[in-house]
Design a binder for this molecule. Structure first.
Ligand code: ADP
Ligand code: MG
Length: 403
């Protein structure tokens, strides 16, 4: 995430780093009491400033968690170093309190908790040192009010935690937003591709179907052959319906005619269509529609929804198992249930349904359920899944009834 953030804000990052380096250098060179001696203290201070500067400048190249950890450790060394090297500068204590904030800058929550804990241990040791070893000789301002300083430290950590919490929340939201945009982009590309492919497939399918229908009427062929023709036509119908499913992703905004659809008629035609598909693996579709009920929707879209859900049920079933489709009124709703005794789904798999390209089938598109949810939402309907692994799935689809 931070890598993204950096690449989007390269200039801002380097600008900030430049300011940080300048301040560190100024602290090193301007009115530094150690500069005259050129002793060990000054050399250590100088080295750590150089090391941090180089690390910060190199960071965008790598952007790894390990690199961030190294920078945080360097920050620890730097701030504790200046705290102990320059005891007369009381404000160095403030920097100690704010070391965990460096991890916030990197949007790294593991590192944040790590530095929060390490820092508290180190501050405790430092206070122990001042109280028992140094006896407040060099750190009078801390020793004079040790308890007050401890409270201040705890308060500052709480404040930093609060800032971390809010920032984290915002970053998470932004990540989600990026993810959604990416998904929408993918969908758009898939839609364009689908439209192109669907268009190319539709024409040959129509031509072949036309010839088959023509041959079906031809007395030259005997009945046995003719029954094969009608099977072939059924298959082509399935192919056509898949193609039109694809086309509906490509043109999601196309205005559709809403009519009063008789559920019984639609379910009958959908099961007729899919029966030949089910017969491939000897899966029977049992249809039970009790009464006539009506849904205000576009007929083609409603068919698309039912086709995909029943098709999924067939595909989940073992050879020879039946799929049961029921339809009828349930209070004020029209309720359709598609019941299979197939391999079923886990909770997590159910949660993934409707995500574009989510498919566990080798030849699946993972677009079917997404289209179904879209269509259901369009007509104020709902789709519910109840499933257990190896026992089967019941899909319940509800639409407001149109009287
Ligand atoms: P596709 O059928 O192209 O894989 P769908 O969106 O229609 O895409 O379905 C997504 C996935 O949901 C399927 O790959 C399958 O794993 C699972 N699924 C859907 N319906 C059922 C069902 N009735 N039983 C078991 N799994 C199902
Ligand atoms: Mg499907």
């Amino acid at each position: 995430m931070f890598k993204n953030y950096i690449s989007n804000n390269q200039k801002l990052y380097y600008f900030t780093i430049l300011i940080v380096i300048t301040i560190m250098t100024m602290g090193l060179l301007i009115k530094n009491p150690l500069i005259g001696e050129l002793g060990v203290g000054f050399i250590v201070h100088l080295s750590i400033v150089v090391i941090i500067s180089v690390s910060l400048l190199l960071y965008p190249k790598y952007g790894t968690h390990r690199f961030r950890t190294i920078i945080i450790i360097e920050a620890f060394i730097y701030f504790y170093n200046i705290f102990f090297l320059y005891p007369e500068t009381w404000s160095n204590f403030i920097f100690l309190c704010f070391i965990p904030a460096v991890a916030i800058m990197f949007f790294d929550s593991k590192l944040f908790y790590f530095s929060l804990i390490i820092n508290s241990i180190l501050v405790l040791i430092t206070f122990g040192f001042i109280g028992f070893v140094d006896h407040g000789n060099q750190y009078i301002y801390i020793k004079q009010d040790l308890v007050g300083n401890i409270f201040n430290y705890v308060g500052s950590q709480a404040l930093i935690y609060f800032i971390f919490y809010l920032t984290n929340l915002r970053v998470k939201k932004q990540e989600l937003y990026y993810e959604q945009i990416k998904q929408a982009e993918r969908l758009k590309t898939a839609g364009q591709l689908a439209a192109a492919v669907a268009h190319e497939i539709r024409n040959p399918v129509t031509v072949v179907k036309g010839f088959l229908q023509f041959f079906e009427q031809d007395p030259q062929f005997n009945d046995d052959v003719k029954s094969k023709f009608s099977l072939m036509i059924d298959e082509l119908n399935t192919a056509e319906s898949v193609v039109s499913q694809f086309l509906s992703i490509a043109k999601p905004d196309k205005k559709q005619d809403i009519e009063s659809v008789n559920l019984k008629v639609v379910l009958q035609s959908v099961t007729d269509l899919l029966n030949s598909y089910g017969l491939l693996n000897n899966n029977n579709i049992e249809l039970e529609v009790k009464e006539d009920c009506y849904i205000a929707a576009n007929k083609i879209e409603l068919k698309q929804l039912l086709i995909n859900i029943i098709k999924n049920a067939i595909e989940a079933s073992e050879i020879g198992e039946s799929v049961i489709v029921t339809g009828g009124m349930k209070q004020d709703f029209v309720e359709i249930q598609v019941i299979d005794h197939g391999h079923g789904m886990s909770e997590t798999e159910i949660e993934c349904l409707g995500t574009p390209f989510y498919s566990l089938k080798s030849k699946g598109t993972g677009l079917g359920m997404m289209i179904c949810y879209n269509i259901a939402a369009k007509y104020n309907g709902t789709i519910e899944f109840q499933s257990s692994i190896n026992e089967g799935t019941t899909v319940t689809i509800r639409f407001p009834s149109k009287n």
